[in-house]
Design a protein around this ligand. Structure first.
Ligand SMILES: Cc1cc2nc3c(=O)[nH]c(=O)nc-3n(C[C@H](O)[C@H](O)[C@H](O)COP(=O)(O)OP(=O)(O)OC[C@H]3O[C@@H](n4cnc5c(N)ncnc54)[C@H](O)[C@@H]3O)c2cc1C
Length: 412
């Protein structure tokens, strides 16, 4: 006899754990199965930014031509490795189809509403669960520029953000330095996104884990191998540590979700988009405000006990190797801000990237009690809580708080 749960969540990254949190809050008995959360998940070494500023999806005009231009530059922040893999080719075809101004205009209000709702859910979770040391900070985000090219990009984003109702400020060099005197980067100005926030992602995951375990959820260290008999009432899940049955299943296994969905005969177009980070432990970060260097595409996030530098987006399958040349712009910033600090190694993680820059949140067409929650790409931390809330609403048959059509699991 296999153990029976209301909901089984596959994946214990920020998306799976946020789903589990809201499902448990709604009264479900939850089981989370993960094959090694604190090692391979994207949810651990990321930049921890909660960014309503990121209203433009990755699939925007000009991205493909930048990718081609940067192919031969070993330090470029975007790398698309040519591949004949049919799933990758299809993803790339869908991606370039969405690189249009119309798609950006369509996505801006969707991403704005999702991320603003998620930000307020972060506040609720931290307040109601007493998370005091997860580093939730409301210091905004400085998008810094040095070149005319980056300045132009930043100002276009500022116009879009302002038109979408976000609270922004265009700053010259002196105004930027007055706001953040610890900046060491040579800049000409910035755009300040006041509503953005940040969190220590690993601490947040551990805090969620404690609340879940205290509330009766079970977390199992094992890999899902496949699915057994399923009906609209229950699904059998085969794992390396035994067989479980649940009324509902949530596939929140990040970049590996297509592998899970394919075992149920469903195709989900998600590609792993590798990124790097370097975390330097410091007793007190010199910077107060999280920053993105628009020229280098490097992020800098002060967190409790450390400062984290991140960047790079490489579409090259599940190749976990670290190319130190590509990581060197990140390392240069780490060295500038933490001189004399102990040398630290580079971390790599796979963002689950959808071809249109919007997540997949919803039931599978042929399995109404199996849900997917993935494809958050560069926005998984930002959109964790709102995804969890929406999944809990769908599972319990409530009217979702957002229009779910853009996130349809079967849309491609
Ligand atoms: C360098 C970098 C910086 C980033 N910075 C930010 C940021 O500042 N803000 C932001 O919003 N987002 C950021 N992101 C994106 C964000 O980290 C991801 O979107 C998010 O972590 C994805 O979460 P997830 O739970 O979907 O996937 P993951 O965190 O990858 O979790 C998936 C889990 O599924 C498990 N799993 C997979 N297959 C199986 C199986 N067969 N059986 C059991 N378990 C399985 C894995 O072990 C893993 O733990 C960044 C990403 C990177 C790489």
């Amino acid at each position: 006899m296999s153990e029976k749960y209301d909901v089984l969540v596959v994946g214990g990254g920020v998306i799976g754990m946020s789903c589990a949190y809201y499902l448990q809050k709604a009264g479900s008995r939850v089981l989370i199965v993960d094959r090694g959360r604190f090692s391979e998940a994207a949810s651990t070494g990321n930049a921890g930014m909660i960014v309503p500023s990121h209203i433009v999806p990755l699939s925007a005009p000009g991205v493909i031509s930048k990718g081609i231009k940067w192919l031969m530059n070993p330090e470029s922040p975007l790398y698309i490795k040519p591949s004949a893999n049919p799933k990758f080719m299809r993803w790339l075809w869908l991606f370039q189809k969405h690189c249009t101004a119309d798609h950006v205009a369509y996505s801006v209000p969707i991403l704005r509403d999702l991320s603003l709702m998620s930000l307020s859910l972060y506040e609720n979770i931290c307040a109601e669960s007493g998370f005091e040391d997860v580093g939730l900070a409301h210091d905004g985000l400085l998008m810094l520029h040095r070149s005319d090219y980056a300045r132009q990009d930043n100002l276009e984003l500022a116009d879009l953000a302002e038109a979408a109702g976000l609270d922004i400020e265009r700053l010259n060099r002196d105004e930027t330095l007055a706001l953040e005197p610890a900046l060491k980067t040579d800049i000409t100005g910035s755009v300040y996104f006041r509503q953005d926030a940040s969190i220590h992602p690993e601490r947040f995951l551990r805090a969620l884990e404690k609340v879940l375990l205290d509330g009766g959820a079970k977390i199992v260290d094992g890999a899902v191998k496949g699915f057994g008999t399923s009906s609209p009432q229950s699904v059998e899940v085969n794992t390396t540590v035994g067989k479980f049955t649940a009324n509902h299943v949530v596939l929140a296994s990040g970049a590996w979700t297509p592998e899970m969905a394919s075992k149920l005969g469903q195709s989900i177009s998600v590609q792993p988009a590798k990124g790097y980070s370097i975390t330097v432990p410091v007793s007190k970060p010199s910077l107060r405000i999280p920053c993105i260097l628009a020229d280098e595409k490097v992020t800098i996030t002060p967190m409790p006990g450390c400062i984290r530098f991140g960047g790079t987006l490489a579409l090259q399958g599940f190749d976990a190797s670290i190319d130190e040349r590509r990581a060197s712009p990140i390392r240069r910033q780490a060295e500038a801000y933490t001189q004399g600090a102990e040398k630290v190694s580079t971390w790599a993680g796979f963002r689950p990237a959808s071809p249109d820059g919007l997540p997949f949140i919803g039931a599978l067409e042929n399995h109404p009690n199996v849900f997917v929650a993935t494809g958050h790409g560069m926005m998984g931390v930002t959109l964790g809580p709102v995804t969890g809330k929406l999944i809990a609403e769908l599972v319990s048959g409530q009217k979702p708080s957002q229009n779910m059509a853009p996130f349809d699991a079967d849309r491609h």
